[in-house]
Structures are given as C-alpha cells and as structure tokens.
Design a protein around this ligand. Structure first.
Ligand code: CA
Length: 629
C-alpha cells in the first residue's frame, strides 16, 4: 500500500527543468525499483541514451545532467519487478508527434517575437465577460473563411480575412462582434487523432499530455517547438486585439489507463478504483481521475499554474467539474486568483455517469456558492429553449409555463424572493447559455421544435433566445457561430464528425447578416449598460422589478438612481407570435435600443417615445432606456 503522507512531495520542480548549464529531472514514482532517463538524439531516435536516476525521499527519482540539452527529447524508463516500460513524463512541457517523447523545453528559445512583454487585455470583472466558444479547427477549416492556415493555431493570427462577399472572418470577426473571451475547446495534447493525419477530426476530450499543446493544430507536429511557438502566437495575437483566452481543460479522466504516464509511474494511484479493482466511470470515458489524492491534486494545480504563467491563459473551463472534489476546486480558485484576481473560472456542475467520489464531495450545482466559480446554468437553458436534443420546447419556441424559470434565470439564479430562488449566491456564479459544442446547435434545435415554420420565424426565435442570454444577470456565453445561425445539419454529437459537419460556414454571415448585426448590437448594449451586469445579488434585488404580463411574455424594468438622476431600462421578451401593448412603467422620454430586428446602443430610431403604451412585436425582445432628472 502507498502511504499518502510518506509519499507526498510538495516541491515545485517536477518534470525536466532546463538551464543552459544543466537539466534537472524529477519524477514521482513510489513503486519503481529503478528509473532511467532516456535522452534522444532527435524525434526519430528510438533507442536513446540511458541515464540512471537516483531515488530520494517521498517517492521522487532525480537526475541532473550537466550540459546544454535545449529542446531535446526525453522519456522515462520505469523498472519494476514485473518488467520495464518507457513513458513520457506527465509533467513534460513539450513533445514530438502523438506524445511519443517528451521534450526538455527552453521556452526563451521558442517564444515568438515580443511574447514576454506583449500587451495584455485590460482586467475586467467576470460579469463583464462575453464568452465565445470555438474549436481550433472549426474556426478556419471551411474555404469560406478565406484563412490561409486552415484548422491551425495560426488561423487565429491572420487579420484582414474575408468571405467572397466581403464579410470579415477570423479574428477580425471576433473583434467586430465584440466578445471579451475566446473559449477554445481542448488544446492540450489529446490522443484521439493521429497528429500526422489531416483527415482525422476530434473535439479532443481525450487527454494524454496535459502540459503540452496539441500537435495536430500546429504546422509541424513532429518538431516539438513548433506547436509551442504557434499556440503562443495565437494567444499573443488575441491579447493584442483585446481578446482574452479561456482553455477548456479535462482533468476528470485520461484517454486510456494503461498507456497513461500516470498509470505507468504509479499504477492505479491516479484513478478512482473500488475494493474489487473496478475503475470508476463518472466521466463516461472508462476512468475517472482521483483528484482528492494529494499528488493528483498537486498535478492539477501545477498544470493550471503552468498554463496561466507560461502561456498567459486568462481563464479555464472545467469539463465535468462535478468529478473534481470540492477541496481541489477551492484550492484551484485560491491559487489561480492569487496569480490573477480576474481569472475566469467556470465549468459543468455535473458528471458523465455514476462516480466513485462521494456525492457530498462532488462539485455539483450549489457547491459553487460564494466561491467565485461559475457553472453552466442548465435550468435557465432549458427554460429558454426546452431540452437539448428532444422535442420539448421552452419559452422561445412555443413552450408553456416557463415564465417563472425565465425570471429565475434573468436575475442570475440568485435568491431574489421566496418564489424566485436559485442555486447561486451571486450572479457571477451563473454562466448563461442556450447552446454549446455538445448537443444540437440552437438553430438545429429550433428547426426540430418548430416544424413548418419559416426560416424567418426560426431566425427570430434564435434572436429572442440570444437576447435573453445577452440581457440577463450573470455571464453570457455564446456557442461560436450561433450569431449567424450555425447548423450541424441536426447532428447532436459531432465530436468526430469532421469538418463537413463542424466547420463554421462563414458564408452564413452574409445570409444572416441581420442577425449578426443584431447580436453585435446586443453585445454593445450589454457592455455599455452596467445595469445589465450587476456584480452583487443585493444590487439585483434592489434593481430588477418584474411587470405583470400575459403568458408568453416576460418583462422587467431595471431601476437605478445616482443622486437625483434616475435611470431605467425596460426589457420585454415576447415569445408569442402576436404583438401586444405594454404600459410604460414610468412617464417620460424613452429611447428604443432593440426591437428584435435591430439593436443599437445609440437608439435605433431618431424618435423618442413619449407615450403611455408601446407595442411589442411578436417573437422579439424590446429594450427601452430612459434617463430622467
Ligand atoms: Ca495529440
């Protein structure tokens, strides 16, 4: 049996640490009888030169090699009574193709020009974020992108790219839209594709080497320096264009157990296993990582800190976050916020199946209370559009009786009053979304649930759904492409469906230009009206008042006053096909900012409304603003 205390190592020097004069290797393997470093001449070298490591305390093996080993490849040979196995270092910071060998990385020799001191985006509060989810490959793989480096990190560094009809694409599109955070689906090294085969596609929820960028998105997966340089070029370009970057990370399972460096160095230790030797499967992928064990928790903390400091990552999205124990999540939040107080942290508050982690220890919905970690608000999502892939409808697509849950979501799922009480202590704990990479796209869901309706009506319902997301309290999240009605042809799980299904069709930006302009206008409105992104539950309780409305309509007014200046915003979501009249809650001059078709922070009409009633069109969101003295 491994005693946890005896084999707990707390140093911050695991892996291969490079200096010009020497390289220090340290690896944790309490069960090995002997351990060797294999140093390779190049990426093709299969044999390597072998150096014995020395066992020190706490299960650590150590070796210092004098000389300059800059960017050379290495592995460990683990020797036990039952045999010997060669494995990459789980702490390796670089690798050759498909993670066959790790790399002794000298970042200073790889960094792109200007990396160290490149301009970072302004710090912003989490509630000021507008998150946009994208897959590296989907962003540029279609010919309509006009992007040269298709499917690659470098696709995000190209400016001035356009569709044939002249619509901006790529990073220019992101700037035009106005998002604050690009959330990228897995870019750590994953194993589900052969990095040399351009035809293989996967979302990448199959971790192998956690601290290495995925090779298939680089222009050369064999030379381990290229992926590091190109991913940093992508980050630098985004930062210099005032876009922050969130990594989607998967510390809940590994692609395989037997081939995992974790398992080779410490068999069984990194995973949840019961008394009968059965592996937990809370991930739905055949294993689950035992985050509650100190050396496993340490690995996760070290890994996150590494991405944040070496790659200047601005936030993390935790896949199946409920599988991470609450103590680890607490330590993550404390550590990362000590490095960057504005780090954006959010995740899925659920598992992918029954877990061996005791339920009270799972980071389920509610466990985020007061912790500055946000969760995907599935209750609000379902209230807006119905279930993910089935026939159930929600508020925007003809469902009945969703008004109460809509209101609960609009206030950020905080405690608003005894009837409207949600899971969150503060609004910053709710990520508001209607679609993401999983399940049907918003457009495909609308098509499924609104048979026989015109494309125009479908488009209006998409706008209504996204209007709700962009005006509600909490953190708005857009599935990339939904701003011009992304479709995957009804595929609800396109993880390996290739570019044909997954690629962003930039031509749709022209086809659905009105919707694109509308979403862009909504983002601008959100950014300019602080009242839409309140930081505290207490402020929301004071500011938001719901109005009496017929079924299929939710309307509320946001009131604030500074000194003698009153400021009111009226938001009306009308999901009915018919228009209806609403009495303006205050007499005075109202300015129309959005009418379901157009959205403009400066007002979409020259005329100022000064009437008792206004008419709200069917299937639309209207936003009015009044300043009065
Ligand atoms: Ca890979």
């Amino acid at each position: 049996m491994i005693s946890l205390q005896e084999f707990l190592y707390e140093g911050d020097d695991l892996g291969a640490t490079y200096w010009e004069a020497s390289t220090l290797f340290k690896v944790w393997s309490p069960v090995a009888d002997h351990m060797k470093v294999l140093l390779y001449q190049d990426s093709m070298d299969e044999i390597g030169i072998s150096y014995d490591m020395v066992k020190t305390e706490h299960g650590i093996w150590e070796l210092r090699l004098f000389g300059d080993y800059k960017n050379m490849y290495y592995n460990y040979k683990v020797i036990t009574r039952t045999g010997e196995t060669v494995t990459p270092d789980p702490y390796t910071k670089g690798a050759t193709v498909n993670g066959m060998k790790g790399m002794i990385v000298d970042f200073s020799s790889i960094n792109p020009v200007g990396w160290e001191n490149h301009r970072l985006p302004q710090p912003i509060q989490s509630t000021e974020a507008v998150i946009y989810e994208m897959h590296i490959r989907d962003f540029s793989s279609d010919s309509s992108s006009g992007i040269h480096h298709k499917g690659k990190y470098l696709g995000f560094t190209e400016t001035g790219t356009k569709t044939e009809t002249g619509e901006m694409t790529g990073i220019d599109h992101l700037k035009e839209l106005g998002i604050t955070h690009l959330h990228i689906m897995p870019v750590f090294d994953f194993s589900s594709t052969d990095e040399c085969n351009e035809n293989e596609y996967n979302w990448g929820y199959d971790p192998f080497l956690y601290n290495v960028p995925e090779g298939s998105y680089s222009s050369d997966p064999i030379d381990g320096t290229i992926r590091i340089k190109e991913f940093k070029q992508m980050i630098q370009t985004l930062h210099e264009n005032n876009i922050r970057i969130v990594m989607d990370i998967v510390y809940n399972h590994t692609y395989r157990v037997d081939s995992s460096p974790f398992h080779i160095l410490a068999p069984g230790f990194y995973y949840r296993i019961n008394q009968d030797g059965v592996y937990g499967n809370g991930s739905g992928c055949g294993n689950e990582i035992a985050t509650e064990k100190p050396m496993v928790r340490k690995f996760i903390l070290d890994s996150l800190k590494f991405w944040m400091t070496e790659y200047k990552i601005d936030g993390f999205r935790f896949d199946l976050m409920a599988l991470i124990d609450i103590n680890t999540m607490q330590e993550i939040q404390t550590l990362l916020r000590s490095i960057n107080p504005n780090v954006l942290l959010y995740g899925e508050p659920w598992t992918g199946g029954g877990s061996f982690l005791d339920y009270p220890m799972q980071f389920q919905k509610g466990k985020q209370r007061g912790k500055q970690i946000a969760i995907f608000n599935d209750e609000f999502r379902n209230a807006i559009k119905g279930d993910n892939d089935g026939w159930y409808t929600g508020f925007v697509n003809g469902g009945m009786g969703h008004e109460q849950n809509m209101k609960r979501g609009i206030v950020g799922s905080i405690y608003y009053n005894p009837e409207l009480s949600g899971f969150a202590e503060e609004p910053v704990e709710s990520v508001n979304y209607v679609s993401s990479h999983d399940n049907l796209t918003l457009y495909d869901k609308m098509v499924k649930c609104c048979p026989g309706q015109s494309d125009c009506d479908i488009e209006k319902r998409n706008r209504l759904a996204l209007s709700i997301i962009m005006t509600s309290q909490g953190i708005p999240f857009l599935h990339g492409g939904s701003e011009f009605l992304r479709t995957k042809g009804g595929n609800p799980n396109s993880y390996n469906a290739g570019d044909a299904v997954n690629a962003i069709r930039w031509d749709n930006k022209n086809k659905y230009h009105e919707t694109f302009e509308y979403i862009k206008g909504l983002i601008e409105i959100r950014k300019s009206l602080e009242i839409l992104r309140l930081r505290k539950a207490e402020e929301i309780r004071k500011t938001v008042s719901f109005l009496e409305t017929p079924p299929g309509v939710v309307a509320y007014v946001l009131n604030s006053s500074v000194g003698d200046n009153a400021f009111h915003v009226l938001i009306v979501h009308n999901a009915n096909r018919d228009s209806f009249q609403i009495i303006l809650p205050y007499q005075g001059e109202w300015k129309l900012l959005a009418n379901g078709v157009k959205a403009d922070v400066k007002g979409i009409k020259d005329t100022i409304i000064n009437t008792e009633f206004v008419r709200i069109d069917g299937i639309s969101t209207f936003i009015y603003q009044m300043n009065s003295i």
